[in-house]
Design a protein around this ligand. Structure first.
Ligand SMILES: [Zn+2]
Length: 257
């Protein structure tokens, strides 16, 4: 048996539990006999994670859900193997993630970044259920409320548990956001909306998909929003911009001669 290092009541995070960085945040939410996992990470860290879960005395047969926050390979590569180990657990995520992973889509999931020589296995998997804004996942007496927060990816979900938000790749402790990339379906105006929603909510703690948890600070989120608002009008993220005022200025200058 290992002592359970609860990050918050009913919440264990595997990197925090292991006191070493294994990959993306893998949250185990539990109440009474029920538990679920929010993301699972890469396949090669799965055996360690399963061993920790066993040593924490969570029977594998009691896992209710294997949740995908979105379809990126670093979050979900281990899903297929995890489902084999826990066949009763329902694999759930957004309809867009369900489609990408059923089709084994390699570009949108970052399994293939050919310009950087990145080519990773992407085991395709069928979701048992699709979840979206307004759905609730029940774990014991706990309600995990599903938020659809597109921006980084069309399928990005976040999960509210009381005053906590498992906030996915929306924002990290340093104010960085999940990367913005046209080939990934990123949408800057949608991203800003998702960040405003988080900023204005009464959630107090953010539990991101990468790095440590942190207290929500509306001023810090505002700095990030301001940055993304600038990106909308700059060439930095190419076709993700909504316009490029420099080109209008150039038109006027060219016309003036
Ligand atoms: Zn991520």
């Amino acid at each position: 048996m290992l002592p359970r290092r609860e990050l918050f009541p009913h919440v264990i995070e595997m990197n925090h539990q292991a006191r070493r960085r294994m990959g993306c945040c893998v949250y185990l939410i539990f109440d009474a006999d029920d538990w679920c996992l929010i993301d699972i990470g890469y396949e090669d860290t799965l055996p360690d994670i399963i061993e920790i879960i066993r040593k924490l005395d969570f029977p594998l047969a009691n896992c209710r859900y294997l949740v995908a926050t979105h379809a990126d390979v670093d979050h979900i590569q281990g899903l297929k193997r995890a489902k084999e180990l826990m066949p009763q657990a329902k694999v759930v995520g957004h309809p867009n993630a369900a489609r990408l992973l059923a089709e084994g889509e390699r570009i949108m999931t970052y399994a293939e970044i050919s310009a950087q020589g990145i080519s990773l296995d992407l085991p395709s998997i069928q979701f048992d259920e699709q979840i979206n804004e307004g759905n609730v996942l029940k774990i014991g007496r706990l309600n995990l409320e599903v938020w659809h927060t597109p921006g980084h990816a069309p399928a990005q979900l976040a999960f509210r548990l009381g005053n906590l938000l498992l906030s996915g790749d929306n924002i990290y402790r340093d104010g960085a956001v999940g990367n913005i990339d046209a080939h990934h379906g990123s949408d800057i105006p949608a991203f800003i909306k998702s960040l405003r929603r988080i900023q204005r909510s009464d959630v107090e703690w953010l539990l991101p998909s990468h790095g440590p948890s942190f207290r929500k600070d509306p001023a810090m989120i505002q700095k990030t929003i301001d940055r993304l608002e600038q990106y909308q009008h700059l060439a930095d993220f190419g076709t993700c911009a909504v316009d490029w005022p420099l080109m209008d200025q150039w038109d006027e200058e060219l016309a003036r001669g």
